[in-house]
Design a protein around this ligand. Structure first.
Ligand code: PDD
Length: 291
């Protein structure tokens, strides 16, 4: 039975219970983080905690812990869970309310619910790395604060399910003809040897893996630009990638049933993806595992 953290206590998962009046349960009124752990070292914990703070500020919820307290809890979780490589899930909701009411309880009555869980970190199967994945496109039906990592994920769930039901691994989302991101990942486009990344603003989550990919591009001299990417450019891409903490970086080789790219690598992971994947694995094994 895996161990979870709930409001200061370490408990077996089936002993951890929250009130049905919790605003996270009734309204999806909460924020979360997913933090990768390699060889029991949380990767970029400070950046994840900074993003957690941005999400809390965005929903007007006071942070229940200092950075030092969060670090201590996360390090304890990384040490207690079974697997050396983990994905730590961290959630803060606005806690229980006395009666159901959309407006917040008075500040003095708010008792946030803090939950941490850990799963073994499952990186993508080698077949997905070697052969890539299929994706479909969809209208971005989410709200206009996609920069906040909030637990109200129904639109993301519907979009991911739409992809899975069509035999795809991800849905690429467009708002007003511009690429925002995937249902649970950042998306990159390669065109004429240049890496294109969407602008980190209210339309997308500021991904930690997104930052790593742009840093690796810079370090290895791969030209890149951060700008709006049109739907037409996405469809005409030489290469398309998805990236997240748990998927690392994967090539999208089929979009809406059509092969991505042209020539010899059409419908197959392209050369720039292969280079980025190798840089990422090297970075993981030399830096992420050793701090
Ligand atoms: N999701 N965009 C969205 C909408 C996401 O849900 C995620 C990650 C990302 C990538 O962010 P990062 O590189 O920091 O993992 C982008 C996590 C993994 C999840 O919800 O489980």
């Amino acid at each position: 039975m895996s161990i979870v953290y709930l409001n200061g206590q370490w408990l077996p998962m089936d002993a951890a219970q929250v009130s049905i009046m919790d605003r996270g349960f009734l309204f999806g009124d909460g924020v979360y983080e997913v933090i990768p752990v390699y060889s029991r070292r949380p990767f970029r914990l400070a950046q994840h905690l900074a993003r957690l703070q941005q999400s809390l500020t965005g929903i007007q919820l006071s942070n229940p812990h200092s950075e030092a307290e969060w670090t201590d809890i996360a390090m304890q979780m990384a040490a207690r869970a079974d697997a050396p490589d983990q994905s730590i899930y961290m959630q803060v909701t606005r806690g229980p309310m006395a009666v159901r009411n959309h407006a917040f309880p008075p500040e003095t009555e708010i008792r946030p619910t803090v939950v941490l869980m850990s799963d073994p970190l499952l990186t993508p199967p080698q077949s997905q790395v070697d052969h890539g994945i299929a994706a479909l496109t969809a209208a971005d039906i989410r709200w206009l604060r996609c920069d906040l990592k909030v637990t109200s994920l129904l639109a993301n769930c519907l979009l991911r399910q739409q992809a899975v039901a069509a035999g795809c691994a991800e849905a690429l989302l467009f708002r007003d003809g511009v690429l925002s991101e995937g249902s649970a990942s950042s998306i990159f486009v390669v065109q004429n040897g240049e890496l294109l990344a969407p602008i980190k603003d209210h339309r997308m989550l500021p991904g930690i893996t997104y930052d790593v990919i742009l840093e690796l591009a810079e370090r290895h001299g791969l030209p890149f630009a951060v700008r709006d990417i049109s739907e037409a450019e996405t469809r005409a891409a030489d290469e398309l990638w998805m990236a997240s903490t748990t998927r690392e970086v994967l090539a999208i080789v089929e979009l809406d049933g059509r092969k991505v790219g042209a020539g010899a690598t059409a419908g197959r992971p392209g050369p720039i993806f292969r280079a980025m994947y190798a840089w990422y694995q090297d970075y993981k094994n030399t830096v992420m595992r050793h701090g």
